[in-house]
Every structure is written in C-alpha cells, then in structure tokens.
Design a protein around this ligand. Structure first.
Ligand SMILES: Nc1nc2c(ncn2[C@@H]2O[C@H](COP(=O)(O)OP(=O)(O)OP(=O)(O)O)[C@@H](O)[C@H]2O)c(=O)[nH]1
Length: 203
C-alpha cells in the first residue's frame, strides 16, 4: 500500500441503502456492482486523484455506513471534512428526512464543510416517473436556503456522478481553505487505533 497525500477529506452520509457505496464505486472504478446488497459496516476509505485544470486534487473519500446503529461512528468520519455528500434516494421520502438530519449535524459541528445534496437512482425515476418521492424543486429550495449544491445522479447509468465529484474538487481548489496538513496522519491514526470495521482502500 502506497501512502498518498490527500488534499480534501470528503465524507459520504445518508440513510442505509441510498447508494453511497455505489456512487463511490462508479466514480472511482467506473462500474456498478449488481448482486445482493451488502451494507457498509463502519466505513471505507478511498483516495482518488482528480484533475482540476492543470492541477491534481486528491480527494480522500470516507464512505460511511448508513445504518443508525453506526451513527456515532459516522460522526468520527465527518470531523475535518471539507465536503459532505449527503445522499438520499429519490424513490424514498424517508431518506430525505435522514438527509436533513445530517445537514443539521454538519451545520452544528462542521461549519467549514461544504454540503452537496445528492438525490440518487435517477434511472428508477426515468423508468417510472411515479416512483419519484422527493421533489426536485423542494430540494433545490432547501439547498438554496442552506447554501448547498444539489445534484441528482444514477450510479447505474453514471448520470451526473463525475460531475458531482468534479464540482467537489473544483470547489475545494477555488476555496480559500488551507490544505489540512495532517490528513494522511489522520488516516494513520485511525489505523493505529485499530478501529473495528474500517476498510482502507488506497489507490
Ligand atoms: N437502480 C439503482 N440502484 C442503485 C443505485 N445506486 C445504488 N443502488 C442499489 O441500492 C442498493 C444500496 O446501494 P449501496 O451503494 O450499497 O447503498 P449504501 O448507501 O452504501 O448503503 P449502506 O452501506 O447500508 O449505508 C444496492 O442494491 C444498489 O445496487 C442507482 O443509481 N440505481
């Protein structure tokens, strides 16, 4: 495993099964895994270099478990995050309520963390418009109110996935926040702590 300098810590948050892992898989490995759904246990980490103009920004992405059982652990992973991708499933209105919960948490605890609201599984809506349970305009109004970005994506087709992470990298690049010097050491600390259920995938 080679150490890679991470520029921006990004955390994936949202109710279980909304598609956080699938988003990361699509973005990092350009694939959509079919087969039985396997819930994330604890969290997983992946580092992905991203081109922004002539620069390379490495996003360190923490994919957290959506199950409420792991809620306390998810809080560990959003500490110091520069961006949070707060996901909800467009076909499940309760997942949007959960997204609001995470937004509140971030507003209270991580004021410098930029929020990206991400409605997932657009392919299901395209196949059946009646499947939509979360209105685009309602979310856009909410995004405007909290100063967040708003995307709708499909990890199955790839719709808008690269655009979402590209925007995260571009915003990071153009933001005035300082680069966090200890990001890799944060990961090292996590490893040293031997926290259960942390999968580290460095690319
Ligand atoms: N049709 C469709 N299904 C999706 C999409 N994204 C995820 N899924 C499915 O939704 C289920 C849950 O996806 P995951 O990516 O594992 O969800 P998660 O949010 O990481 O779940 P937890 O690890 O439990 O928090 C899986 O069966 C996926 O195949 C999508 O864009 N379209």
């Amino acid at each position: 495993m080679t150490a890679m300098r991470v520029d921006a810590k990004v955390v994936m948050l949202g109710k279980e099964s909304v598609g956080k892992t699938s988003l990361v898989e699509r973005y990092v490995h350009h694939r959509f895994l079919v087969g039985p759904y396997q819930n994330t246990i604890g969290a997983a980490f992946v580092a992905k270099p991203t081109h922004v103009g002539d620069k390379v920004i490495t996003l360190g992405i923490w994919d957290t478990a959506g199950s409420e059982r792991y809620e306390a652990m998810s809080r560990i992973y959003y500490r110091g995050a520069r961006a949070a991708i707060v996901c909800y499933d467009l076909t499940d209105s309760s997942s949007f309520q959960r997204a609001r919960f995470w937004v509140k948490e971030l507003q209270n605890c991580e004021e410098h963390c930029k929020i990206y609201l991400c409605g997932t599984k657009t392919d299901l809506i395209e196949a059946d418009r009646a499947a939509r349970q979360v209105d685009y305009h309602d979310v856009q109004d909410f995004a405007d109110e909290i100063g967040a970005q708003h995307f709708e994506t499909s990890s199955k087709t790839g719709n808008n996935v690269d655009e979402l992470f590209q925007k995260v990298a571009e915003d990071y690049n153009s933001s005035s926040f300082e680069v966090m010097p200890g990001e890799m050491s944060f990961i090292q600390k996590m490893k040293n702590l031997r926290l259960p259920h942390v999968a580290l995938r460095l690319h």
